[in-house]
Design a protein around this ligand. Structure first.
Ligand code: HAM
Length: 424
């Protein structure tokens, strides 16, 4: 046999039984986001490259190292979206959405692409549930959004005690500039301890040095001045409000003054959710987000405050301990025809049950009763409808209940009612 070309590294097929876990998460996401009055936004997976360069930031890991960027056949540079905020803002600005409603709440569920070193919980095609809220500057919105994500994780079955929420405030751009000078002064004084990349970032985007994974740099950063200490009164007041409201909503958190996030568009509140549940290993940040009050304007819209979050679906699913099989829907009925005439007789019966919303498998390949019932068992069917020559002649079926082991003879017209009765 010829070799099949493998799937692209870091990009996975998702199929049963795992896909049932995905459905569970996606249904919960839709339900909770819709109840917070968010509506779904679907954007293309491809965008023109400058959208991400200008929003995520030129000197970020995502833009420098991870984007799938190529020229399309018209010679324009396009990028597979590495995240969902920039496309949402692009859609918001293109539609002049602020003219249609003062407050816009959007959510999305879909694939994102980053060329990272693939490992457990880190993929090159991964999926996010994300939400973006436009038009509200009040810090109560920050707390509401964070509490919503917290509630979602709890709804999924993560114990609150295993969810860690970290918060920080990145303040206003002006405050960040002042801080930047202090940070540059500190890092320059210890330049010998910086690696090559951090030294380069010291001149291009010094806050990114705080993000370094190099242990020597992390140790140095531990002694660096903190942005939180240099914030002005208004930023402090806002950050204080976010914390107060979170407390009133019963959401526990830690303030982590070193949390900067890996994307450049943030202003004010930023946050990350980590969990030690399940088997996540090192990649235990399941979601993060924050405010980006300047992004709409910098992409050509008016000054509209905004905030949002992105939650990694693969990582969140790794944190759910229950096996995928327990999310699989039960098969209601297995239809076992004994010969071709029985199959012809049974197909309309199966069809009606299916149109009535019951999950039904029918054995087209026929075969012995024993082999068919074995397959029904493997599929975890709750009932079997067995049809042979006698049943066709009498317009009846044998209805077997695997739960009780009992078998009933049921006339064709009564099948649906009897099946429903047994399945309820
Ligand atoms: P992010 O922190 O870059 O934020 O990604 C959010 C989440 O996506 C991460 O916490 C992680 O769970 C998941 N994730 C990221 N990269 C990978 C990967 N390579 N493999 C698996 N999962 C991954 C954003 O994307 C922002 N757009 C969030 C946001 C929305 N901020 C404001 N609004």
């Amino acid at each position: 046999m010829a070799d099949v070309p493998p799937s692209v590294k870091g990009m996975n097929d998702i199929l049963a039984p795992e896909v049932s876990k995905w459905h569970f998460l996606e249904e919960k996401a839709r339900s909770i986001l819709e109840s917070f009055s968010y509506r779904e936004l679907r954007t293309p997976v491809l965008e023109y490259t400058p959208l991400f360069v200008r929003s995520v930031g030129e000197v970020t890991d995502v833009v420098e190292k991870q984007m799938y960027t190529f020229d399309d056949r018209d010679g324009r540079s396009v990028t597979l979206r590495p995240e969902g905020t920039a496309p949402a803002v692009r859609a918001y600005v293109e539609r002049a959405q602020w003219n249609k409603e003062p407050v816009t709440r959007w959510y999305y569920i879909g694939p994102m692409f980053r060329h990272e070193r693939a490992q457990r919980g880190r993929l090159r095609q991964f999926h996010q549930v994300g939400a973006e809220l436009f038009g509200v500057a009040e810090p109560s919105a920050d707390a509401e959004l964070i509490a919503m994500l917290h509630a979602f994780l709890v709804e999924l079955g993560l114990p609150a005690s295993e969810i860690q929420l970290s918060l920080n405030s990145l303040g206003e751009p002006g405050e960040r500039l002042v801080y930047r000078d202090a940070l540059v002064a500190y890092l320059t004084a210890h330049q010998d301890k910086l690696d090559e990349e951090s030294r380069r970032r010291l001149t291009t985007n010094p806050l990114r040095v705080l993000d370094s994974k190099n242990p020597d740099v992390t140790a140095l950063v531990a002694g660096a001045p903190l942005l939180l200490d240099t914030l002005g009164d208004e930023s402090r007041r806002r950050f204080g409000r976010v914390q107060e409201i979170l407390k009133s909503l019963g959401v526990a958190f830690d303030v982590d003054p070193r949390l900067v996030r890996g994307l450049d568009y943030y202003t004010g509140t930023v946050f990350e959710f980590k969990t030690n549940a399940g088997d996540l290993g090192a990649q235990n940040t399941v979601g993060g987000g924050g405010r980006y009050d300047g992004l709409v304007e910098s992409l050509g819209g008016p000054r509209v405050p905004a905030l949002g979050f992105g939650l990694g679906i693969e990582r969140t699913l790794l944190a759910l301990k229950e096996p995928a099989e327990s999310f699989e829907p039960a098969l209601g009925v297995f239809v076992a025809p004994m010969d071709a005439a029985a199959l012809a007789f049974a197909l309309p019966i199966a069809h009606r049950l299916r149109l009535g919303g019951i999950r039904v498998e029918i054995e087209h390949r026929l075969g012995s009763l024993k082999s068919q019932l074995k397959r029904a068992d493997r599929l975890k069917a709750r009932l079997a409808i067995i049809v042979g020559e006698t049943e066709v002649a009498a317009r009846k079926v044998q209805l077997k209940d695997f739960g009780t082991g009992k078998q009933h003879e049921v006339p064709v017209d009564e099948i649906e009612t009897r099946v429903r009765g047994l399945l309820d």
